[in-house]
Write a new protein. Structure first.
Length: 105
């Protein structure tokens, strides 16, 4: 996927469309997230890990007909950072697109 090095985007700080420079950052994995943060704690509670280990009765098995997808994903999502040329504020894209190779032209 080819992306231009500069493009016009909306800057949340300037509150108008300005010229931005694009840079690519390395996507962080799940392990790099802080383990004791409030969001990760609530995520663990929702997942049911706080109940302990072992069999959870009928909740241990997936329902009939739903099978978990197996296999490794071939690509990673892009993590693009946009820097405003006017104010210098940097912000990232909301969700990345899957691409094997990202090239800034």
């Amino acid at each position: 996927m080819k992306i231009p090095k500069t493009l016009k985007r909306h800057c949340p700080k300037c509150n108008k469309h300005t010229e931005h420079t694009v840079s690519q950052a390395k996507k962080k994995g799940q392990g790099s997230v802080h383990t004791q943060s409030r969001s990760s704690y609530s995520r663990l509670r929702k997942r049911g890990s706080w109940r302990g280990f072992g069999n959870k009765g009928r909740f241990s098995r997936p329902p009939i007909g739903s099978r978990k997808m197996s296999g490794k994903k071939l690509t990673k999502k892009t993590d693009l950072r946009y820097t405003c040329k006017v104010c210098g504020k940097q912000h990232s894209q909301r969700t990345g697109m899957r691409a094997k190779k990202v090239e800034l032209i």
